[in-house]
Structure formats: C-alpha cells, structure tokens
Design a protein around this ligand. Structure first.
Ligand SMILES: *Cc1c(COP(=O)(O)O)cnc(C)c1O
Length: 383
C-alpha cells in the first residue's frame, strides 16, 4: 500500500459500509454492558457459558498470579512452562478423551503452528470454503496445495480426495462454523479421511463447552475418538471464558508438535494464571450442566420467536444464530437500529462472510435470561 493512497482507501471503506472500528467496553464481559458510555444488552459475545467473569475463575486467576506473578517470562521450552500449564494440559487431554494436549497462546497461533507442522510444499490441504480466517491463513502459509470444497459438500470433498496425487493430505474444517453456527459432518469426514489416508483436523472453537454432555464439544457429541479425528483444536477464549488454545491428540502428535510447531516454540508461554483460571473454568463446564441446558432453552426460545417474525435464520442448533440480511447497508442499518434500542448485535460483512450474505450475528450465553431474549425479539420486530 502506497502511503498516499491510504486516505482514499479509508474513505472508500466507509462509503461501502465496510469500515471497521472498535467499541470501548467499560465493564466485564456479560449480557448487560457499559459500552462507549451507554448501557447495552449484548448478543455478540463468544462467552457462551457466562464464565469469563465467573468468581471462581477470577479467584483462580488472582491466586495463581499471587504465587507465580503475571508474565511467564519465556517460551515453554526454556523455563516458561509452569505447574499450572502442565496441570491444564493434563486436564484438557482427559476432558477431550485424548492422550495429550499442548497449550498455545491463541487459537490463531495454534492453527498456524499445527497446519505448518503437518504439511509442506507438495502436500495437499482440503478446506471448507467457510473455514475461519486463521485456518485459511494457516493453509496459505504452509504453501501446500489448497483445495477448497463448497461448504459441507461431502461429495465434492470425496471427489477431490480421490484424484490421484502424491504427498500428505490434510482435511481441515471448523467444527461449528463461526459465522453460520452450523456444524461440519465430522462423522462422515472422519471416514473419508481414513479411506484416503489423510490427516483430519477439526477446529472446535465454538463447540467446546457448548456441545456434548460434558461440554467437550462436537467430537464428544458425535462420539469421535482420537483415532477418528487425530487433530483436535480448541480455543479457551470463547465458552471457556479465559484465553489461549490447545491441540489435543496422540502422544506422538504432541511430541512431534513440540519439535516442529513454530508458533509454539518461538513464543512466550501464556501467563500461568490464565492456565490456572482455565482449570477452574473446566471444572465448572463439566459440573454445571445447567449452563448448556439453559443455553439450549434460550436458543429454542429465540428460534421460535424469530421464525414467527419471519426472520431468515440459518440451520444452527448452536449458540451462534445469525439473521441473514444480504447487503452490507441493510445489515449495518439493522445493527444501528437495535443499538438505538439499547441492544448490541454486530453486523458481519464481507470479507468475513461471502459477498451478498451480510448478517446480524446473534450469539447467546447461559447468562442471558428469558426476558433478555424477549427484549431482543421485540426490538427485532421493529426492524
Ligand atoms: C476465534 C476462532 C479462532 C481463533 O482463536 P483465538 O484464540 O481467538 O485466536 C480460530 N478458529 C475459529 C473457528 C474461531 O472462531
């Protein structure tokens, strides 16, 4: 970008309703928030279980910080790997039914690191067209051949896999699609991966905590083992309510990543207090099944109410319930109208979603109440 062209670039983004800017949150992550000096009922957080500000999670964080300080000081391979990191990795492995788990500082970094460790130039990646940006970037960075199949299209995926080719193969998808809320047909995909001797990696950023009896995510819900899905990625900044991410898989896979995943090797370990807070959060996720049950009840309430209003929903049973609006200006205007009524739902536009599919991305949390959902529906009725 030529510096002289930046003003024009910015003006154009504004004109196209594609200009992005931050809001200033002045309170903790919870349904009722003070934002930009105004009070909002929010439906846009990924804190699906209401744990980001849970007293037990905060306490674990504070207690650990008072023990071991804030900064971890070094990468995991130097001397930054604390007892809290170790304990959390063991708990995550047990929780997800895998042999081992490895912590990363963010989900974005986990995806970059793992994909680049598993495939290189000459290998092939099969990726859903609606995959999260971090998976797309991971694939581009790996310089493997990238083959993108239409969303959840198993026939196309199978055809692509069947084409004669050398090198290693990796099938890559979101478990729950972050902007649509629907899930990948992971059971059939696991079969295809085995038939074609391909790696299969699922990014369960939005399934972890929300799906499965114990909250271990889409793979628990579908009963898929480490043998079925050898590479599981989960993030900790969404339903888990803390920060960071992990890869869970076999002993061999994790030891291999420790030798090769550059976004794990060459970065400072996440603060140990975050790991301690995450351990506290995992306990709540497993024990407090009411959070998932309540979330499901709110989702059902919303879907039946929105259908009565004639809104265009998407086939989702997860906490992500987008309302499809189409063009960018309509989505931005709808979000503004809701804001005037004290409700915050963000408009999602291209390039985050395909052209012509701008939408309101409504998300729910176990901390919402039935009355909150009714308030949202009333506001939507006025659009
Ligand atoms: C949020 C998200 C990520 C990135 O995780 P961070 O920890 O926020 O970096 C990766 N994949 C998917 C599907 C996501 O929704």
């Amino acid at each position: 970008m030529n510096p002289n062209n930046i003003p024009q670039f910015l003006a154009q983004k504004k004109q196209q309703h594609l200009y992005r800017s931050t809001r200033l949150a002045e309170s903790a992550q919870q349904p009722l928030m003070q934002i930009d000096g105004q009070s909002f009922l929010t439906f846009c957080s990924n804190d699906y279980l209401g744990l980001a500000n849970h007293p037990a999670v905060v306490k674990a964080f504070v207690d650990a910080a008072s023990h071991v300080g804030v900064g971890s000081g070094a990468a995991h391979l130097i001397n930054g790997h604390s007892i809290y990191h170790q304990q959390l990795e063991e708990e995550l492995a047990t929780f997800t039914g895998r042999q081992r788990a490895l912590l990363f500082s963010t989900g974005y970094m986990a995806n970059l690191g793992v994909v680049n460790a598993l495939v290189q130039r000459g290998d092939k990646i099969y990726a859903d067209r609606l995959n999260h940006a971090s998976l797309v970037d991971a694939a581009l960075l790996a310089r493997a051949k990238l083959s993108r199949y239409p969303h959840n299209d198993l026939v196309d995926l199978q055809q692509k896999l069947g084409k004669q080719q050398s090198g290693d193969k990796l099938i890559l998808c979101d478990g729950v699609f972050s902007m649509d809320g629907d899930v990948a047909p992971v059971t059939q995909m696991a079969k295809l991966a085995k038939q074609h001797q391909a790696w299969f990696m699922v990014d369960d950023a939005h399934g972890l905590g929300v799906l499965g009896k114990r909250g271990a995510g889409l793979l628990e819900e579908q009963g898929l083992s480490q043998d079925d899905v050898p590479v599981l990625m989960g993030t900790l900044g969404k339903a888990v309510g803390t920060a960071g991410a992990f890869i869970a898989g076999s002993e061999d896979l994790i030891e291999y990543l420790k030798q090769t995943a550059r976004t794990w090797i060459y970065t400072t370990a996440m603060p140990a207090a975050i790991a301690a807070a995450t351990s506290a959060s995992l306990k709540l996720i497993e024990k407090e099944t009411w959070r998932r049950e309540k979330l499901q009840a709110l989702i059902q309430q919303f879907r039946s109410g929105a259908e009565q209003l004639g809104l265009q929903l998407m086939p989702s049973y997860t906490a992500i319930q987008p309302i499809l609006l189409g063009d960018n200006a309509t989505a931005v205007q709808a979000s503004k109208t809701l804001q005037q009524q004290g409700i915050l739902v963000t408009a999602i536009r291209p390039p985050t979603v395909p052209e012509g599919t701008a939408r309101l991305r409504v998300t729910f949390s176990a901390s919402h109440t039935e009355a909150d959902v009714n308030r949202l529906l009333d506001a939507l009725a006025k659009l």
